[in-house]
Design a binder for this molecule. Structure first.
Ligand code: GAR
Length: 189
């Protein structure tokens, strides 16, 4: 059995999609949905699905309390799904290669601190890109710089707004994030 914790800061459509994907899989359990934002809609989604929630402060993230909670809950793997904070080094080291993130653009472009959600789509449109997409990558000590596991692209259309592009990118995320995690878990054993 692999225990997964999902970390998310906002709406949580990816978190819900992951949870629903793994529900029928007896080898994988979404053990926890964690957020630094006590008002994040993801916590309501998790409660509706019967998944335990864990709301923590930034202090608790930085001083090791969150890591202790993950160890206590026997978490094996972490999926970031719209989690907007830096994962502390002790957590990255403890879960060596077992933390993944999804980013709503084709890294290494449009990544780094402050690049998340609609800000990414605004920047992509402002730069006149004709292509965007998703990147699923390992998490290391730097924002959006871990090894890339998977990318998929979609067009940026002439009349796109950040909202229409976000929708197209979200559809790629919902399609691929669960499958990529599943394959990774099989490899990790
Ligand atoms: C997703 O598009 C995800 O790629 C992005 O936040 C969105 C969360 O949507 N993550 C980042 O920008 C991380 N830098 P959701 O809350 O509906 O899953």
């Amino acid at each position: 059995m692999c225990n997964i914790a999902i970390f998310a800061s906002g709406s949580g459509s990816n978190a819900e999609n992951l949870a629903k994907h793994f529900l029928p899989n007896p080898k994988v359990k979404i053990t926890l949905t964690a957020s630094e934002n006590p008002n994040a809609f993801v916590l309501q989604r998790a409660k509706r699905l019967g998944i335990p929630t864990y709301s923590f402060t930034m202090n608790e993230l930085r001083n090791g309390i969150v890591l202790s909670k993950l160890i206590e809950q026997k978490i094996d793997f972490i999926a970031l799904a719209g989690f907007l904070k830096m994962v502390p080094v002790d957590m990255v080291r403890h879960f060596n290669n077992r933390i993944v993130n999804i980013h709503p653009a084709l890294l290494p472009k449009y990544g780094g601190k402050g690049m998340y959600g609609d800000r990414v789509h605004k920047a992509v449109i402002a730069a006149g890109e004709t292509e965007s997409g998703i990147t699923i990558h390992h998490v290391n000590e730097h924002y959006d710089e871990g090894d890339i596991i998977f990318q998929a692209s979609c067009p940026v259309l002439p009349n796109d707004t950040p909202e229409t592009l976000a929708q197209r990118v979200h559809e790629l995320e919902w399609l691929y994030y669960p499958k990529v995690i599943e394959t990774l878990l099989e490899k990790l054993g």
